[in-house]
Design a binder for this molecule. Sequence first.
Ligand SMILES: NC(=O)c1ccc[n+]([C@@H]2O[C@H](COP(=O)([O-])OP(=O)(O)OC[C@H]3O[C@@H](n4cnc5c(N)ncnc54)[C@H](O)[C@@H]3O)[C@@H](O)[C@H]2O)c1
Length: 346
Amino acid sequence: MLDHEQVTIRTGRRSRLPVIVAVHSTALGPAAGGLRLWHYPDWRDGLTDALRLSAGMTAKFAVAGLSSGGGKTVVALPEGREPNDGERRDVLHDVADVIDSLGGMYATGPDVGTGAEDMAVIGETTPHVFCRPARLGGSGDSSPHTARGALAALRAVGRRLYGTPTLDGRRLAIIGLGRVGAGLARLLAAEGAVLTVTDVDPAKRELAGELGAGWLAPGDILAADVDIVVPAALGSVLTRRTVAELRCRAVAGPANDQLATPDVADLLHGRGIIWVPDYVAGAGGVINAVSTELNHLDPDEAAARVDAIADTVDHLLDTAQRHGHTPARAASDLARHRLHTGSRPA
Ligand SMILES: NC(=O)c1ccc[n+]([C@@H]2O[C@H](COP(=O)([O-])OP(=O)(O)OC[C@H]3O[C@@H](n4cnc5c(N)ncnc54)[C@H](O)[C@@H]3O)[C@@H](O)[C@H]2O)c1
């Protein structure tokens, strides 16, 4: 059964590539969610991603207490070839055409493979786009806000584990030093955390050196002897096998899709390891974009909303403990409740 309100698949007029826009839910408001420009063996794999990721956005907005629904756009690029600048503009204009045809039911933003400058191109055709560069009136790169929100989530985990939110002296292992991971590493280093980091890109060792962080190979970091593991890369890092190897007390970070399968949350719980759902810890970027661009809050008010991720995590961990189930279950129950009642937090 299709769980989505609407799925549009159109061959781009210019690029001839399949543009997939999945609107999962508009129960809380018009849908939003980023544009993923990624290589897939087959465009149907991109469709699977769009369906899954748009449902995730619905839960992300609901738990964050925002009046937006969940959506996602995927353009399945053929494998083995990057589009040149002209081809990229064609793809972005094709995406903009589809979004504009939805008449405001859905607005896009950046995701894997796209950034603020791409949103500027989409904005040439449709107003339904978040995170354009500041010079064009948008809220720009979302990653610093995502990093800030992840820090708030980590502080809540710190409070749960040690009774205080300060991360000074705590040992954290960060997987992935991309836009979000690097920003988060800087914030954590400034707070006095003891960092171990990794990335598949060896050039990121330079940042590790700058921050005085230890470096491990990507294959070794999940088993690091640390307090908290922080996924900030791609891919489903938490599997039956890797959970058995963990030596940390908690896993919390901004990376999307951390669990290989939903039952891995139960395995973590069984091992006494706190797992904060990725769509909660990684919500800072969308919270900032919606708060500034839709709700017209000033930057300080938006930052306060991002910091409130700590309150959400506190609430979810309390609820999970009270009921003896996982934080994942507490988060999905909260999302379902807000979707059914259309309610926002007090
Ligand atoms: N950018 C945002 O605002 C935002 C918002 C919410 C969630 N996220 C999620 O956070 C994660 C990081 O996003 P980003 O914008 O920093 O992406 P990015 O592409 O800038 O960075 C990803 C980094 O991870 C590294 N990497 C990839 N595979 C790896 C592996 N197996 N082991 C170690 N390192 C690996 C890459 O080399 C890169 O440095 C993604 O899962 C993304 O979906 C990002």
